[in-house]
Design a protein around this ligand. Structure first.
Ligand code: SAM
Ligand code: SF4
Length: 422
């Protein structure tokens, strides 16, 4: 079984904090070329994945709702021709809520057209309800606008739709706020409370701002700061965590269960697509820079190797996984030099165990048989685990454990302590 991930790398604006590389305000011509190329890429996989069963289809990365719903429908129908989509469990779209009417149209049309799928999921990037943060993060709306947007969304929802809302803890403070951290305005916070409590949302993603060196909001030496238009914004990790913790507590108070570090869902509404990725099932990811992942136990593994022009198959055995990444260079992609030799990575069982251990600890999925990971754990791992239990970092079960909610946020430290340095 395979899942599909389709990149839509376009956005109206390139938000300064965003870690995703996107093209801002693309021309119609560019979008047209993009769509044609994407259809070609789906066709190229015809021979390899002909009628392979698909578990989930995900449109993400940038702003899928910048593409007309009709064009998205054509892409999905094309996938239905090539793959076996009879048992697709979830069809997902990331959405920027702006502009309102265009988003409503996008959501209504796709929900209606794919009623046959058990779940059509939309994830809306709200980010914040604080007007000052929204302005400086270059989001094109305000808190009152968002209230109106969310009210309108209520009338659209169908039985098989699942609505997720992304919020970010920016932890920012600024000169106009006189160095005082105040999480949103009291009315915005109250609205968030009421919104969560109304149970209209099926799930929430709460992210803590993460910045990498290449980003436009750069870190400088003493303060993490940015001059965004007319203001200086400062932040630090404690304040980001503080804001995250306030939002997290509200969401958990109303019974949204944390199923991953950043994800909280009502019963039965967690994202299937995320599970595929975290549980290291197979996925095919289309477009620039996209990475795909395949297990050698699946029947199409050898066809994938042929497609990747791996003529010498001797290094490949039955217990291996392969990951390959498309070029980030648009001209190469267009000229069909999509994957270079160096972008093909053969994963050994040890690599697989490390990654699987790492990904499991990010979720509420238990490590249910710790001995499975022995080959990559430090020698005294069982003593360490017992000590962590005594300190309340994790809960022990018969042969395994799960991190407690508070310590899920510190999983990096725990992983580093338990994994053998290789
Ligand atoms: C790929 S974006 C798509 C959302 C949509 N384009 C929008 O902006 O409304 C998915 C989510 O990643 C989160 N995100 C983006 N940049 C981030 C960063 N630097 N740190 C943490 N989360 C980030 C945002 O919450 C965003 O909604
Ligand atoms: S946050 Fe969303 S809209 Fe902004 S650049 Fe990132 S993907 Fe695009």
């Amino acid at each position: 079984m395979l899942s599909l991930y389709i990149h839509i790398p376009f956005c109206v604006k390139n938000c300064p904090y965003c870690s995703f590389s996107v093209v801002q305000n693309p021309s119609d011509e560019m979008m047209q070329t993009y769509l044609e190329r994407l259809h070609n890429e789906i066709d190229e996989w015809w021979n390899v994945f002909w009628k392979v069963e698909i578990r989930t289809i995900y449109f993400g990365w940038g702003t899928p709702n910048l593409i007309w719903a009709e064009e998205i429908k054509k892409l999905i129908h094309h996938c239905e021709d090539v793959f076996d989509c009879e048992n697709v469990g979830e069809l997902s779209f990331e959405c920027n809520p702006f502009p309102q009417n265009q988003v409503y149209e996008f959501v209504s049309e796709l929900q209606k057209s794919f009623k046959k799928y058990p779940r059509v999921r939309f994830s809306f990037g709200i980010q914040s309800l604080d007007n000052w943060v929204l302005e400086n993060a270059w989001r094109p709306y305000t808190f009152p606008w968002m209230v109106d947007f969310l009210r309108g969304l209520r009338d659209l929802k169908l039985e098989n739709s699942v609505y997720n809302f992304d919020f970010m803890a920016f932890g920012v403070f600024n000169q106009t706020k006189k160095w005082d951290l105040q999480l949103w305005t009291p009315s915005a916070l109250e609205f968030f409370h009421d919104f969560v409590n109304s149970w209209f949302a099926d799930s929430f993603s709460l992210y803590m701002l993460e910045l990498f060196d290449h980003q436009k909001w750069k870190k400088n030496s003493n303060w993490n700061s940015i001059h965004s238009g007319k203001n200086w914004i400062f932040w630090n990790e404690d304040e980001i965590y503080e804001e995250f913790d306030v939002l997290k507590n509200i969401v958990q108070e109303w019974w949204y269960k944390r199923y991953e570090i950043s994800n909280f869902a009502a019963v039965g509404k967690s994202s299937i697509h995320n599970r595929v990725y975290r549980e290291m099932e197979d996925y095919l990811w289309l477009w620039l820079s996209a990475s795909s992942f395949i297990n050698s136990k699946n029947q199409y593994f050898w066809d994938v190797l042929k497609y990747l022009k791996q003529e010498d198959v001797s290094p490949y055995s039955k217990k291996q996984w392969i990951r390959w990444t498309n070029t980030p260079y648009y001209p190469k992609y267009i000229w069909n030099e999509k994957i270079s030799e160096s972008a093909i990575q053969l994963m050994s069982e040890l690599d697989y165990l490390i990654e699987s251990f790492f990904l499991s600890l990010r979720t509420d999925r238990w490590i249910n048989d710790i001995s499975k990971f022995e080959a990559v754990l430090v020698k005294d791992y069982s003593e360490k685990i017992k000590l962590y239990e005594t300190n309340g970092f994790l809960k022990l079960y018969e042969n395994g454990f799960v991190l407690t909610d508070e310590w899920m946020d510190c999983y990096n430290g725990i992983i580093t302590e338990l994994l053998m340095k290789i």
